[in-house]
Design a protein around this ligand. Structure first.
Ligand code: MGD
Ligand code: SF4
Length: 730
């Protein structure tokens, strides 16, 4: 039997206040069109301006998308979109969009291309791939990807027999966090959307997580609601972030010393008895060993190390204890900071475990139950021809592959040559630390194919540029969305692809056919495939296309009850306060503090972060969002500015420890940051002249990240290990 809208209504009505919810949040594109007399079309789909996967409703008038709204049925958007979500129209109609396939005609980096037909471009790519695979083996073909386009090239590369696939979302983002939580709870806090029950939290602790600036729609909505109903916010951040401005306590920690604070908190929680005895006894292992290991981390010592008042260190953790278990120490998101990040994540996970937040209201909700049958229409991929290089010697590198290893092997050719890269949905030149190595690797390639929507820095180094249709012009998915409940969402085109752009599924599929791998191609169309998938899942596809999201009845089981016990997929089947897996691999089974390098006199640690209206580099050329924020600034502490004689708004440059100089950038003099660091928003400083709005606007933090520190446990690249000086412009 298919789940339908009627089932959804019935299900919603069963929950508290459900009738209201069902009536007020009902959405049907077809009903709305009928009401408006059929002059306009409403198309429910899924946003990809970032990776939160909000439900969007596109209003189309005379074949033009004129408005984007949040889908009220969809739990990620709850009827609203963030600024970037609304700005999707700016991407669709960006004058600088990639419009046609192109083949490079001049030296790499000189922006000389000629237009090609799809047949010519695809034949060219397939011919080159065959040549490279014949000469070096299929493992010489690699993929870097982020977001949904990667799926289709992952299929191609693996069908060829290469396992060399890597995603910056692991090594440069949240890999260390996921690994830390998997080692502790046997499961990560969910990479699409953290399972944080902010709606019911009484105390929310944020370690550098700048909610509101790092904009994730439903999470920010819940955070705002929590602030509104008086939840206590404790913000540990060297910068007085927007979230800190809502906090009852701001702890301006010395960067790099978070683990000292966390271990001290563990010590206080145990010593003062704030932990949940019953919970710890029932669900955890290693308590006594943990207690002994953290006894040396005293508040006096932590105050010295972190540069925080001892009174605040103690008061903050007592506040958590008072309201436990309805509290949360947020797991964070961009986690690749100092190269010791798994252990920082472990300490955060351990505090949540001691306070009993996993499976408790206001803490970490339990994953919803999803029992959808596996669906595939293509054969299993063959075994990789040669061991992939993307996991290196890191025992917990995860399944996603380490980008910097792929880059390194491309440069050295050791253990074998890598000669072709597909790059889909990621701007590697601005994403990987030490960009000169990215360029060096690219110069070693025989083929660089970039599938993108905008002519970014990486695109403009490609041999072949393949223009993808934007998310408003293509089918993708089906997506399973797991929030407190599980549901299924759709991405479908609001309009036909503009210019000669094509969806990634089509590009990948055409390449499979040309490579003689037709069995891995899409049989007919992605929409037809989605229909078959929906049928297998028992979902009414037409209902889904009409509403954009269908929830799976009975999937929500967020809290521990007598009949809903948590499952911990660790070796001991318990929460591992002392990690048996780390011990087995000769790592510290309990996190141990080691100081990180601090800036020398006259230097500042380079910190970077997000703007609420931009996602990395993907939005900086978008007219709507560019109007809101055209360039970044360097946040500099007011006392330091006075000392250096730098005025607010003055143009300066930053010079890093390796004498790399930034583009000119404006200073924002502020009391809202510590004296030993500066902060800038990531994503600006585009070098591609064909991104006409973003070109040369602001400064690129990545240029200054010429050093990184690799986490020995999972191989992610800590990037907050660079120091800069302020250089005044003549
Ligand atoms: P972007 O730089 O936004 O992010 O790294 P990336 O995923 O590389 O590049 C996205 C690319 O996708 C752009 O080229 C854009 O045009 C393209 N794109 C957008 N929509 C589509 C589409 O529909 N189809 C296709 N084919 N392409 C599309 C993010 C990564 O960066 C992450 S996850 C983190 S957390 C790190 N953050 C970070 C940082 O904060 N500072 C520094 N210095 N480096 C960082 N690197 C990491
Ligand atoms: Fe789109 Fe904003 Fe949702 Fe991200 S958070 S998916 S940009 S609406």
């Amino acid at each position: 039997m298919a789940f339908s809208r009627r089932d959804f209504l019935k299900y919603a009505a069963m929950s508290a206040g459900g009738t209201m919810l069902a009536e007020s949040s009902f959405f049907s594109a077809r009903a709305r069109e009928r009401k408006e007399g059929g002059k306009v079309r409403y198309v429910p789909t899924t946003c990809e301006m970032c990776f939160w996967k909000c439900g969007v409703i596109a209003k189309v008038v005379d074949g033009k998308v004129v408005k984007l709204e949040g889908n009220p049925l969809h739990p990620q958007s709850r009827g609203r979109l963030c600024g970037r979500g609304q700005g999707g129209i700016g991407l669709l109609y960006d004058r600088d969009r990639l419009k046609v396939p192109m083949i490079r005609t001049g030296p790499r980096g000189e922006n000389r291309y000629r237009q090609a037909s799809w047949d010519e471009a695809l034949d060219f790519v397939a011919g080159k791939l065959k040549e490279i695979a014949a000469k070096h083996g299929p493992e010489a073909v690699a993929l870097f990807a982020h977001g949904s386009p990667g799926t289709y090239f992952n299929n191609l590369v693996r069908a060829m027999g290469s396992g060399n696939v890597a995603y910056p979302s692991f090594s440069q983002c949240l890999g260390a966090r996921e690994v830390a939580w998997e080692l502790t709870f046997g499961q990560g806090p969910n990479s699409t959307c953290e399972r944080v029950d902010l709606a019911n939290s009484r105390v929310i602790v944020l370690f550098g997580t700048h909610l509101g600036e790092n904009m994730h729609n439903s999470q920010t909505q819940e955070f705002a609601e929590a602030v509104g109903r008086g939840a206590k916010i404790i913000c540990v951040d060297p910068r007085y972030s927007t979230a800190a401005s809502k906090a009852s306590m701001w702890l301006p920690i010395r960067p790099g010393t978070d683990l000292a604070l966390l271990l001290t908190w563990i010590n206080i929680i145990i010593k003062e008895g704030w932990y949940d005895r019953e919970y710890v006894e029932k669900y955890t292992t290693g308590f006594e060993e943990l207690k002994e290991a953290v006894a040396r981390y005293t508040p006096e010592w932590a105050a010295q190390e972190t540069d925080l008042p001892m009174r605040d260190i103690i008061e903050a953790v007592r506040e958590l204890g008072r309201y436990a278990p309805n509290v949360i120490l947020h797991p964070g998101r961009h986690f690749a900071w100092h190269g010791n990040d798994v252990q920082r994540g472990r300490a955060m996970a351990i505090i949540n475990a001691l306070l009993g937040t996993w499976g408790r209201p206001g803490g970490i909700w339990l994953p919803p139950k999803v029992n959808l049958p596996a669906f595939s229409e293509t054969p299993e991929h063959p075994e990789a021809n040669n061991d992939p290089v993307v996991f290196g010697d890191y025992p917990f590198a995860g399944g996603e592959g380490l980008t910097q290893l792929l880059r390194e092997t491309t440069i050295t050719g050791d253990p074998y040559p890598i000669k072709a890269w597909f790059v889909a949905g990621t701007n590697l030149m601005k994403t990987l630390p030490k960009p000169e190595l990215t360029r060096k690797a690219i110069d070693n390639l025989d083929l660089l194919v970039v599938v993108d929507v905008m002519p970014t820095d990486t695109v403009m180094l490609a041999d072949v540029i393949l223009p993808e249709a934007t998310y408003l012009e293509r089918h993708d998915g089906l997506f399973t969305i797991t929030t407190r409940e599980a549901g299924v969402a759709i991405r479908q085109p609001a309009i036909e692809p503009l210019y000669q752009s094509r969806p990634a599924w089509w590009i990948g599929s055409e390449l499979c056919k040309r490579m003689g791998l037709g069995q891995y191609a899409v049989k007919d169309s992605w929409e037809a495939r989605m229909r078959r998938q929906a049928k297998k899942w028992g979902i009414d596809y037409d209902e889904l296309a009409d509403t954009g999201y269908i929830s799976l009845p009975g999937s929500a089981t967020p809290y521990i009850t007598a009949d809903n016990q948590p499952v911990f997929n660790t070796p001991s089947k318990k929460i591992e306060l002392v990690s048996s897996e780390l011990e087995e691999e000769d790592f510290d089974p309990v996190p141990r503090y080691e100081p990180v390098e601090q800036p020398k006199r006259g230097e500042y640690r380079l910190l970077y972060g997000r703007s609420p209206v931009h996602t990395f580099t993907r939005t900086v050329n978008n007219q709507w969002l560019w109007e809101l924020k055209k360039e970044n600034e360097v946040w500099l502490n007011a006392d330091e500015a006075r000392r250096l004689g730098v005025r607010n708004g003055e143009i300066i440059r930053l010079e890093n420890q390796d004498r790399v100089m930034s583009e000119p950038v404006r200073v924002r003099v502020t009391e809202r940051i510590r004296r030993d660091c500066i902060f800038m928003i990531h994503g600006f400083g585009q070098d591609s002249p064909v991104m006409t709005r973003a070109y040369n606007r602001g400064a690129d933090d990545q240029n200054l990240i010429t050093r990184y520190k690799v986490d020995p446990i999972c191989g992610s690249t800590g990037m907050r290990v660079n120091f800069v000086k302020i250089v005044k412009e003549a």
